[in-house]
Design a protein around this ligand. Structure first.
Ligand code: AVI
Length: 342
């Protein structure tokens, strides 16, 4: 998953490299910056340690979490058409690149369609996590004949995509799962500008985005009855206890998901149920810290932006793309948009 800058509301259009050398230093650094800010924040990349990644997998199968199954259904219904349109007329050979590929579960549908169209396809998943890439490779290789997988470990939010373009091919870059929604508008612009800079005019970009809808349905997706999202959110504090030896009392924080209509986003918070102090011992990022929480004070842990069709189009046109086709489910919960690099 993406590494974010520490400030969720940054107005910088440039994504700064993280000033840290190792994963544990990144956690220490993020904690120090986020929990000494007002209001307190923690970046969403902290969710995705091993336990958090497993919880996220469970979230994607929850009845309330419509995003994953809806996007998958759009792919299942339209993958052949999507790759045909992306390949253009006269038809060009597509290479698929996927920044932030994760385990590539949904990508399989697109790869199968590309193999049906052109006999074989090269797939280049890019991710910061070598473990995620390994599961992407396993998910695809041997299961989808005709696909050759070329993994690349890179932080696509800050580094260029792999520079190993095959001659006479057209790139189809995928950014699916509404991952774009976890970036602020300025971060999303910077991210897509960076992707666009790695593409040639005529290359194709497929963006999956969750759409604005009935508030009750959006809130339920982030506040499921089984409490999996609550566990996913609270796992961030468990992670700080595990990795930084902090002493967060998990039962003293509650998961809270709210709809911020002005910003068009679901926000996830951890709300302190009482006035309390939390101790974080000295670590590579600095001295010991005593954090004080007032009753009702929250740590803002994630934004999940929801888009109107117009917002998707303008994000694309502001970053050097022209949206050419959009596929939706019947209820218009989710949009998959194909755009041409201009
Ligand atoms: C990864 N991302 C698109 C998810 C989302 O819906 O924003 C992360 C998530 N957070 C809570 N549930 C799922």
């Amino acid at each position: 998953m993406p590494l974010y800058s520490a400030t969720p509301e940054t107005s910088a259009l440039v994504l700064e490299p993280l000033p840290v050398a190792t994963a544990s230093e990144a956690v220490a650094d993020e904690t120090r910056v986020g929990l000494t800010s007002t209001p307190k924040t923690l970046s969403p990349w902290l969710f995705y340690d091993e336990a958090g990644s497993q919880l996220f997998e469970q979230i994607t199968a929850l009845p309330e979490y419509y995003l994953t199954r809806t996007e998958r259904a759009i792919f299942t219904a339209h993958a052949d058409e999507i790759v045909r349109v992306a390949a253009g007329e006269p038809r060009q050979t597509l290479t698929l690149i996927e920044p932030g590929a994760g385990s590539a579960a949904k990508t399989r549908i697109m790869l199968e369609a590309a193999v049906r169209l052109q006999g074989s396809v090269v797939y280049q998943p890019v991710d910061v996590s070598a473990t995620a890439l390994e599961s992407a490779r396993k998910n695809i290789l041997g299961r989808v004949p005709g696909v050759s997988v070329r993994c690349q470990v890179a932080d696509y939010t800050r580094e260029p995509l792999p520079e190993n373009r095959l001659p006479n091919t057209r790139t189809l870059a995928l950014y699916i799962g509404s991952s774009i929604g976890n970036f602020t508008p300025n971060e999303a612009l910077a991210l897509l500008q960076n992707l666009r800079a790695q593409l040639l005019p005529g290359d194709q970009f497929l963006l999956g985005a969750d759409l604005v809808k009935d508030v009750t349905a959006m809130l339920a997706a982030y506040n499921d009855a089984a409490g999996v999202t609550a566990a996913f959110n609270r796992n961030v504090l468990e992670r700080l206890n595990r990795e930084l030896d902090a002493d967060f009392d998990l039962s003293a924080f509650r998961h809270k998901a709210i709809w911020n209509a002005r910003e068009s986003r679901i926000e996830m918070h951890l709300e302190s149920l009482c006035a309390q102090r939390v101790h974080v011992p000295a670590n590579s990022a600095g001295d010991a810290m005593i954090l004080t929480f007032a009753r009702g004070e929250t740590i803002h842990t994630e934004n999940s932006y929801k888009f109107t069709p117009e917002a998707v189009e303008s994000l694309l046109s502001d970053t050097g793309f022209r949206a050419t086709h959009t596929w939706n489910d019947d209820a218009k919960l989710f949009a998959v948009t194909l755009a041409s690099a201009v």
